[in-house]
Write a new protein. Structure first.
Length: 291
């Protein structure tokens, strides 16, 4: 099937990034969130980010105007039922995602494809709670979406080939690269990345190095563009912890046990950049390590 319209659930960091690239690629986008403030903020952020792309010569002002005109917003979830492809980009909690899909089901067209931007949760299990497991798959964008070139496409056990082909065609139209991943906890990127971040937190927890020394060591010694603790703050420590819990529960291996210090930061509400405190304190002119 040819996908023309895309519904996106969640106007946060990932949702607005997905809406951004979809609209620039020529898709009609309907962006949903329960918060009108979140929707307004997402539209403002997309406008600023596209203006930055114009200033850098990546797109033209005409491209920006046309793309922004393709995006509409709604606080009513059932409005997304008329779109060809729905991408759920809500909080990384399975119960929330399941509730969203259950609320959507009565309003969907028969051909509508359902996808989740989950970074770790079982696609097969999410699909089993819907009326169309064959038209359900994982559609995992990397953050920040307008910059990162990779999209993980994850088939559930029932996902059919036309559904995969339709989603692959969307990725190709975006100018991004698709990586096909099997439906195992955390898929490819986070199966490798999150244990590294968790080990960096253990290194801090055990006093092997400070925040600054750990991040500097990985940037200068392994040529990483960001240190692992800096990256954790960028992703969100709550998201990192959620993925580690999925790995630990799903694979039943103690090597995936979340570091107690990561749990403590999340319990304190120090979630990284989005709360202005994590492994760094972002409330001043420059980030300052918190340990």
């Amino acid at each position: 099937m040819e996908i023309k319209s895309i519904g996106i659930v969640g106007a946060g960091q990932m949702g607005n990034g997905i809406a951004h690239v979809m609209s620039l690629a020529g898709y009609d986008v309907l962006l949903n969130d329960v918060s009108d403030e979140a929707l307004t903020g997402a539209m403002d952020l997309m406008a600023r980010n596209m203006s930055r792309q114009v200033s850098r010569g990546k797109i033209t002002e005409t491209d920006q105007t046309a793309a922004m005109a393709r995006i509409t917003t709604t606080q009513t979830l059932k409005d997304l039922g008329q779109t060809d492809l729905v991408i759920e980009a809500a909080t990384e909690r399975e119960s929330i995602k399941q509730a969203i899909f259950e609320d959507l089901l009565p309003h969907l067209q028969p051909h509508t494809i359902l996808t989740s931007n989950t970074s770790s949760i079982s696609i097969t299990r999410l699909a089993s709670r819907t009326d169309r497991p064959e038209k359900f798959m994982g559609f995992h964008f990397m953050n920040p979406v307008p910059v990162m070139k990779l999209v993980e496409l994850i088939r559930g056990i029932a996902t059919d080939e036309p559904t995969f082909a339709a989603c692959k065609a969307v990725v190709d139209r975006l100018g991004k690269t698709a990586a096909s991943a099997e439906d195992f906890p955390a898929f490819i990127v986070n199966r490798i990345l999150m244990p590294m971040i968790n080990e960096a937190v253990y290194t801090l927890y055990e006093g092997v190095g400070s925040v600054q020394s750990i991040d500097s060591s990985m940037k200068l010694g392994a040529n990483h563009p960001m240190g692992p603790l800096e990256l954790a703050d960028f992703i969100g420590l709550d998201t990192c912890l959620a993925i580690m819990n999925v790995l630990h529960d799903g694979l039943a291996d103690t090597k995936y046990r979340p570091c107690p210090l990561l749990t403590k930061y999340v319990e304190a509400g120090w979630l990284g950049r989005k709360t202005e405190r994590g492994f760094y304190d972002y409330r001043g002119e420059a980030p300052v390590p918190t340990r």
